[in-house]
Design a protein around this ligand. Structure first.
Ligand SMILES: Nc1ncnc2c1ncn2[C@@H]1O[C@H](COP(=O)(O)OP(=O)(O)OP(=O)(O)O)[C@@H](O)[C@H]1O
Length: 319
């Protein structure tokens, strides 16, 4: 039995003057999942979620949130969507619980601030002024504020940017707790580790287009270089002999020598091909390790060149 998706966006398009921020984005978010919108800075992620939240009107395409049109049914969408946007700021002296109570007063049937403080690990900070919170605590408060209207879906934009690794991990745990409490989550991030750790499915956005959609594993598999094989020769072998042995071996896409180990990227029957080729060149091996390529490898492979804003890709792969 299929249920209505929480979010269905089809062929969204949005320009700012001559900047085509979102060229063609389609995505579907199902109930109960953490869905990641992943891409580099400037890829069009925030513009996409702002159209989903009804903060911006698309130039083209359609959005439905729980069957509602955010452009024409803004009030109804507002009741069902909790928004945590980049860099939310509150008055310095406002205390944590006061902020929650203030936001709760905007809703007819808000969540209990005490429960939210507990869920987000802020109970001990409830009397602390906003300016005295750490970066991670401010972010958790911003999530609490996004949840105060008891939304069915929460949009969290660059939630952990600027946090140290410890605070980041704590925030991830909070996001999972929120999902476990029954809220569907649309998570905007440029951090691949975050997407891999948290998301059930991801839309990888590049140049205003969807480069790939799927689970983190599916996206990794889609990318070239599905596997990374690391082989250490038993005795020292010159680099050129190691690399030369791989000439013509099918499925090898890239090979380098790192710290005396041969590191080979490729797909298909990579292990067999490499080990047979080395044996033919009398290279005995020990310590053979096959690793799956990371989402980071896939990200680079699917969104083009490394570095700043990626070039638009012209194909979209739905997996
Ligand atoms: N209000 C605006 N006016 C003009 N151009 C804008 C505006 N907002 C975004 N842009 C441009 O649109 C493009 C997409 O921006 P958007 O913020 O959607 O990307 P993003 O993927 O969320 O990036 P980031 O991670 O840096 O927030 C960028 O080139 C950006 O400079």
């Amino acid at each position: 039995m299929s249920t209505t998706p929480v979010v269905r966006a089809e062929h969204l398009r949005k320009s700012y003057g001559s900047t085509l921020a979102v060229q063609d984005v389609s995505l579907t978010v199902e109930r109960g999942e953490i869905f990641g919108v992943l891409g580099r800075n400037g890829a069009g992620k925030t513009t996409t979620v702002e159209m989903i939240a009804g903060l911006r009107r698309p130039d083209g395409g359609t959005v439905r949130v729980l069957g509602l049109d955010p452009a024409t049914q803004a009030a109804a969408v507002h009741d069902k969507v909790g928004l945590q946007l980049q860099e939310s700021a509150l008055p310095d002296r406002l205390r944590v619980q006061e902020a929650l109570e203030l936001y709760a007063s905007f809703y007819a049937a808000p969540a209990d601030p005490v429960d939210l403080l507990d869920l987000l690990g802020l109970t001990v900070k409830r009397d602390t002024a906003f300016k005295d919170l750490s970066g991670g605590q401010k972010q958790r408060l911003s999530v609490a504020l996004a949840l105060v209207g008891r939304p069915e879906v929460a949009i969290l934009d660059e939630l952990t940017t600027g946090l140290d690794p410890h605070a980041r991990r704590e925030t991830w745990a909070v996001v999972e707790a929120v999902r476990d409490a029954g809220v569907t989550i649309l998570l905007v991030t440029h951090l691949m580790e975050e997407a891999e750790r948290l998301c059930d499915r991801i839309a990888l956005i590049s140049g205003g287009l969807v480069a790939a959609t799927g689970t983190p594993e599916q996206i990794v598999d889609l990318a070239q270089g599905e596997h990374v094989l690391r082989v250490r020769p038993e005795r020292p072998v010159p680099d050129e002999v190691l690399l030369g042995a791989l000439t013509g071996v099918p499925d090898v896409r890239e090979a380098v020598v790192e710290d005396r180990a041969l590191v080979v990227r490729g797909g298909g029957a990579l292990v067999q091909g490499v080990l047979v080729a080395l044996a033919r060149h009398d290279v005995a091996t020990r310590d053979v390790r096959l690793e799956r390529a990371s989402l980071e490898d896939a990200f680079v492979s699917l969104t083009g060149a490394d570095g700043a804003d990626a070039q638009p890709v012209t194909t979209s792969a739905e997996v």
